[in-house]
Write a protein that binds this ligand. Structure first.
Ligand code: ADP
Ligand code: ZN
Ligand code: ZN
Length: 863
């Protein structure tokens, strides 16, 4: 019986893109799970991935044979296949779209065959004219692309190749086709032969250089020594004086920066406990999920690094995920520096070619870890042992296009398949994650103290950023232990400082407040104090500017001490809500208790849940003040006012408008980190992951913007952002200070953030969630319809809402909200309307949704 496989096509066809094919004998050995295959589909040829290599025959159906296995190495691991199927089911998305998200762009688009002449095989029997031509074009030992061969060989080449393959004279291999090929350089080397004939001056010069170098030299480099060297090479080659070769070089995404190797730090006791728990789970080898709740600066990264070292020691690999926006060189360096040459980096800042090279390194098993943004979860890591999601609360972990997967859920799924340990890290965990961690689904690890300030080495360190790590190792050395030996791949060496500390003193080096030994001094661990400024008071005191008096004062002092300042502006939702500057009142829908959104085009206030519309008030409903305004402030305005107030200060703006280009992020950040500016003004981006020693003042220009977005997560987002921003100040030896400006100082999210008090925030928020029936106490499904005609959106929305309401009353408790226009109501000339479903289980409803609706299961944003 022929072998039958199930193939997931990478082109969206049919209902879910899964089809059965027969495998011709020629490909039976290669047709394994996860490999790319080319198949006939109607009149077309498509590519797909073998999902089931041993599928059952379909009764009464004749199957078409696959055309070829394009690449004998799998592009998706067996666990990856299971995860892909799960994503398709759970997020209600056809498999081809899941595959599109999993495979790097360019993979599997086009077949690229290469023909190789087998060494030492000679032809017995006659050859046709065309066959002889092919063999001439492919000398023994050489490999030529089939494309080129057919171009140069003329008519009949393809057929000739096929029969030569059958006769075993040449081999045909299919390589993974990619838009960007591997990067190659041409090199030239002297063969050692002396010239027998006369050489021209160019030829002599080239030979002299190569002879002197004594090793292959890139042709480009050669050209720098001898002008026009490339043209002089062919005659030298013909005389056997020089060999020219193509070398595949890896594009190195971090090649343009020097990274100094770092070594494990002696852990604080909180870090020790976290690492021990994670390592125990790793050793146990069963899937587990930890929530590492550690305040900003508590040293979560060091926990990841040491857990990763153990993972590698166990012969498994790590997947470290970071939100795209905080995937700064700083973050990447911390991993690349600890495991030199053993880490692949995957993020959108890489060129397509760099990305493919990194992906290939993972696939070939050349690395121990992948560090990347959310899609790095799909790299074909052979045996993942540790999966880290840093800043797990970040909304970018949810993909905002189909498949709308949440990386956390995908990671847990993958872990379930492979017996891996998932570590979710955050200073401000997602409310749902914290709920699950306190109710037995995840295991909770808490770190409440800052690492760097808890341990201040003596003598004080210069502001060396990551160089600090090396300094720490030296400190250990001066305490009577020889310096850490040169790094090796083994994590024995990687864990050296700890092991040595135990060996010499017989005690744990983890510093405790009482010990004060070996050059370690402990001082009160501190998060920066946060001052909340009531903008209503500022106004009453006659200050109409962007900066409160308190913030101005803090900035002035910092500038005088030559320290640095970060100003944070939440741009999302600016100019969208109506706010009274006297009493802080915000106009809200009476039915939904959500802030109205101001629509400039129609000059009305719209509720984005129930579609209630009113005219903007002329007077404040609460205090009758006429000082109502449409809230909105851009980075530009902040920049202008900063220049006026602090004319001498060097200012840097960091937002999406300014940061263009491939290394824009890096350059702005590097410049600020090196002290090239005094003040950094920015939006969301400045909130994440920055660790700059000289930053002592953080100013939040307006905390209210995010608070007044019509989304049940508004309070959570505000708390998270404020806490993260505040965490940027005073991370090292210099004490920090944070000023938060707001019209709603009494709001619990702002109050809790100012106290760095996650627990108090969480307790109030979880009560609200329970009362209002939001996650984690219910599931949400967001359905969006778009059309050029707004009336069609409304009609379609009402039809769907009615259908879902009927279904819900039959099945179980739940609620259908809407239809209503989306918060971002129009994109590229198309109106957007949404219907929201809230229920214990939304999956039974999915089959009822007609095509044309975007489905978002477990939406992260309702905007
Ligand atoms: P988080 O990610 O929890 O906000 P980081 O991992 O960025 O914190 O660590 C904050 C700072 O503390 C970094 O400069 C880091 O090098 C330092 N640090 C972390 N762990 C230790 C330790 N055990 N000893 C000394 N410094 C540490
Ligand atoms: Zn008012
Ligand atoms: Zn409403």
């Amino acid at each position: 019986m022929p072998k039958i496989v199930e193939i997931a096509l990478s082109t969206p066809v049919g209902e879910n893109g899964l089809y059965h094919y027969e495998v011709p004998d020629e490909w039976v050995d290669d047709a394994r799970a996860g490999v790319l295959a080319q198949v006939p589909f109607g009149a077309r040829e498509l590519t797909g991935v073998i999902f089931d290599p041993d599928a059952a025959p379909l009764a009464g159906r004749t199957l078409k044979p696959i055309k070829a296995v394009l690449d004998p190495n799998p592009v998706v691991t067996p666990a990856g296949i299971a995860v892909a199927r799960w994503i398709g089911d759970y997020y209600n998305c056809p498999i081809p779209e899941v595959l599109a998200a999993m495979l790097p762009p360019g993979v599997g688009r086009r077949t690229a065959y290469r023909i190789a002449r087998l060494d030492g095989v000679t032809s017995s029997g006659r050859l046709t004219e065309a066959q002889r031509r092919v063999l001439d074009l492919v000398p023994p030992g050489a490999t030529v692309a089939l494309d080129r061969l057919t171009r140069e060989g003329g008519k009949g080449t393809a057929q000739a190749v096929a029969s030569l393959v059958k006769r075993g004279l040449v081999a045909r291999t299919a390589t993974l086709s990619r838009m960007a090929g591997p990067k190659t350089i041409r090199t030239a080397a002297w063969t050692g032969q002396e010239p027998a004939n006369y050489l021209g001056p160019k030829g002599r010069a080239v030979l002299a250089v190569l002879r002197q170098v004594g090793a292959p030299l890139s042709v480009a480099e050669l050209g720098r020594h001898v002008a026009g060297a490339a043209a002089a090479l062919p005659p030298l080659q013909r005389q056997g004086l020089v060999t020219v070769a193509e070398e595949v070089v890896r594009r190195d995404p971090v090649a343009h920066r020097a990274i100094a190797q770092t070594f494990p730090l002696p852990l604080t006791s909180e870090q020790r406990r976290a690492v021990d728990a994670i390592v125990a789970a790793l050793r146990a080898g069963a899937a587990a999920t930890f929530l590492l709740h550690g305040v900003t600066g508590s040293g979560k990264t060091e926990v990841y690094l040491q857990a990763l070292a153990e993972t590698i020691e166990l012969g498994r690999q790590g997947v470290i995920l970071v939100p795209e926006i905080s995937l700064t060189p700083q973050t990447m360096d911390r991993f690349a520096a600890r495991f030199p040459g053993r880490v692949a980096l995957m993020h959108s800042g890489l060129s397509e070619g760099e990305r493919l090279d990194e992906w290939e390194r993972v696939r070939a098993g050349q690395v121990d870890a992948v560090v990347g943004a959310r899609s790095a979860i799909f790299t074909p890591v052979a045996n993942p042992g540790l999966i880290v999601l840093d800043e797990e609360h970040d909304s970018s972990y949810k993909q905002d296009r189909t498949p709308r997967y949440h990386t956390r859920e995908v990671a847990r799924r993958l872990a379930a398949e492979t017996g891996a340990v998932v570590v979710l890290g955050s200073a401000t965990p997602d409310v749902t994650s914290y709920y699950l961690a306190t109710h037995g689904t995840y295991r909770l690890l808490e770190m409440t103290h800052r690492a760097a300030t808890a341990l201040t080495p003596q003598p004080p360190l210069p502001d060396a950023g990551e160089g600090e790590a090396t300094m720490v190792a030296c400190t250990t050395g001066s305490a009577g232990v020889s310096p850490v030996p040169a790094p090796q791949r083994s994590s024995r060496a990687i864990l050296a400082p700890i092991a040595l500390g135990k060996g010499v003193g017989g005690e744990d080096l983890s510093p405790s407040p009482a010990s004060g030994r070996g050059g370690w001094e402990v001082r009160a661990a501190g998060l920066p104090p946060v001052e909340v400024v009531d903008l209503r008071q500022e106004l009453h005191a006659g200050n109409r500017g962007v900066f409160s008096r308190a913030l101005q004062g803090a900035m002035r002092e910092a500038l005088a001490r030559r320290e640095q300042i970060i100003l944070f502006l939440n741009r999302r939702g600016s100019a969208t809500f109506v706010n009274c500057r006297d009493c802080g009142f915000v106009a809200r829908c009476l039915y939904c208790d959500l802030p109205y959104t101001y629509h400039g085009a129609t000059e009305e206030l719209v509720c984005h849940r129930c579609d209630d519309r009113i005219d903007p008030p002329k007077l404040c409903r609460r205090c009758n003040s006429w000082r109502i305004r449409y809230f909105g402030l851009g980075t530009q305005r902040v920049e202008e006012e900063t220049r006026q107030l602090f004319p001498g200060a060097r200012l840097l703006r960091w937002d999406r408008d300014v940061i263009a280009g491939r290394h824009g992020h890096e350059h702005t950040l590097d410049r600020f980190a090196r002290g090239g500016a005094d003040i950094l003004v920015g939006t969301q981006m400045v909130a994440k992951g920055l660790d700059i020693p000289r930053v002592t003042v953080v100013g939040v220009i307006s905390a209210d913007t995010a608070l007044n977005l019509p989304d049940f997560r508004a309070a959570e987002r505000t708390f998270q952002t404020l806490t993260q921003v505040a965490g940027r100040a005073g991370r090292h030896a210099l004490p920090g200070r944070v000023v938060v400006q707001t019209y709603a100082p009494e709001h619990f999210a702002i109050d809790a953030a100012s106290m760095h008090d996650y627990t108090s925030f969480y307790e109030q928020e979880i009560r609200f969630r329970q009362e209002a029936g939001y996650p984690p106490f219910a599931r949400l499904l967001r359905l969006v319809y778009s059309d050029k005609d707004e009336e069609i959106c409304r009609v379609e929305g009402e039809r769907l809402a009615a259908r879902l309401r009927t279904a819900l009353t039959l099945v179980r408790q739940g609620e259908v909200v809407g239809p209503a226009p989306c918060f971002i109501g129009k994109i590229e000339g198309r109106y957007l309307w949404q219907v929201l479903v809230r229920a214990d289980d939304i999956h039974p409803l999915l089959p009822l949704i007609p095509p044309g609706w975007t489905r978002d299961v477990d939406p992260m944003s309702l905007l």
